[in-house]
Design a binder for this molecule. Structure first.
Ligand SMILES: NC(=O)c1ccc[n+]([C@@H]2O[C@H](COP(=O)([O-])OP(=O)(O)OC[C@H]3O[C@@H](n4cnc5c(N)ncnc54)[C@H](O)[C@@H]3O)[C@@H](O)[C@H]2O)c1
Length: 329
């Protein structure tokens, strides 16, 4: 089957691509598990060489804000689409027009192209817990209204509405996942205001010093890349009727303070790794992070079979096995 991943050269796009190329099956057009025979990875940049080299991969570079490019991408026999391309939180906040072009117009282009396919494709959309904000309850429930307080959160919420309405019309078979902060992200820090949550684990384990811009008591709602990739496949395969009136849900995660993250770091890298973390408060990051919801009751997602990680140590271990060793090799 042919699968398209937008944002296919990004952090989660490449993780998902590797999983699909490793022989994982997802529900195909015939309604049965099928392997991916063709994988289109769309992004502004090229994916890693080992992925691009795979004969099943077609790497396409271009701008999702350009409608004609997207029309050409999702054409013919595309069976399923994972729509991950986005300008992330601080990037969309810093440049409103870019955020609208990529996160809103880009999503619309993808969904319109999907609509023209002969059969409504399954579309998995990456939303975010940034759809919540402002005056929130202590614990976010499934029926907590979306009240985004950033342009990024607003653009994700609008994407969810399009996914819901176009699914209701039968144009697509959409599923929208509100992601927690995914840690540990390999590579370099990005423009997300949460990027430090990965940096304080990644940098010390790579032998580098790192500054933590928030207090040790700051909590984050996190999920590992491994569980996230499992969640992508699970969301894709769930029968449409299981979603009821809403195609969107927030995923289970772990609510964990920085102190507990550093305990996990110590288990993996010893006290020497923890000593590489220096607390250097950044008022701007602290303000943004303080506005995020950190406690969730993901009853609906759990009832649909989505799972959080068991503990933070497991998350760090996954990073060591999947990313640190890969880089060393
Ligand atoms: N990683 C997280 O913690 C997290 C949390 C919540 C939501 N999300 C969402 O999940 C998705 C994937 O996140 P990620 O961490 O892999 O992000 P990422 O930044 O690594 O990947 C996004 C990709 O989109 C691409 N992109 C940006 N502008 C584009 C354009 N104009 N045209 C085509 N491609 C473009 C980027 O080049 C990048 O490779 C995003 O939609 C993000 O908003 C991620």
């Amino acid at each position: 089957m042919h699968v398209v991943i937008t944002g296919g050269a990004g952090f989660l796009g490449q993780k998902l691509a590797r999983k699909l190329l490793s022989g994982a099956t997802i529900i195909g057009p015939a309604g049965k598990p099928a392997e991916v025979s063709r994988l289109t990875l769309f992004d502004v940049v090229a994916p890693a060489a080992d992925i691009a080299r795979d004969k099943r991969v077609r790497a396409v570079t271009g701008d999702i804000g350009d409608k004609a490019t997207v029309d050409g991408l999702v054409a013919g026999e595309a069976a399923s689409v994972f729509h991950l391309a986005a300008v992330v939180s601080a990037g969309a906040e810093a440049d409103f027009d870019l955020g609208v072009r990529v996160n809103l117009d880009g999503t619309r282009h993808v969904l319109e192209a999907c609509r023209r396919l002969p059969r409504p494709p399954r579309v998995v959309f990456t939303s975010s817990v940034a759809v919540y904000g402002g005056d929130m309850p202590k614990v976010i429930q499934d029926d907590t209204p979306m009240t985004p307080q950033t342009s990024y959160g607003a653009q994700k919420a609008m994407g969810e509405f399009m996914i819901n309405d176009m699914s209701r019309k039968g144009f697509i078979d959409g599923r929208a996942l509100r992601l927690p902060t995914i840690v540990v992200r390999p590579g370099k820090p990005n423009k997300a205001a949460s990027t430090w949550a990965s940096s304080i684990i990644r940098e010390p384990l790579q032998g580098d010093a790192v500054e933590c811009p928030v207090d040790p008591s700051t909590e984050m709602y996190v999920l590992s890349p491994r569980r996230m990739v499992e969640s992508f496949l699970h969301a894709h395969d769930l029968p449409a009727e299981r979603f009821g009136f809403s195609r969107a849900l927030f995923l289970p995660g772990l609510t964990i303070p920085v102190t507990a993250m550093l305990d996990g770091l110590k288990k993996a890298g010893g006290q020497a790794a923890v000593d590489k973390v220096r607390f250097v408060p950044d008022a701007n990051i602290r303000r943004i992070v303080a506005g995020w919801p950190m406690r969730f009751n993901p009853a609906r997602a759990k009832s649909l079979g989505f799972k959080a990680d068991d503990n933070f140590d497991q998350i760090v271990q996954g990073f060591v096995e999947d990313d640190l060793r890969r880089n060393v090799a």
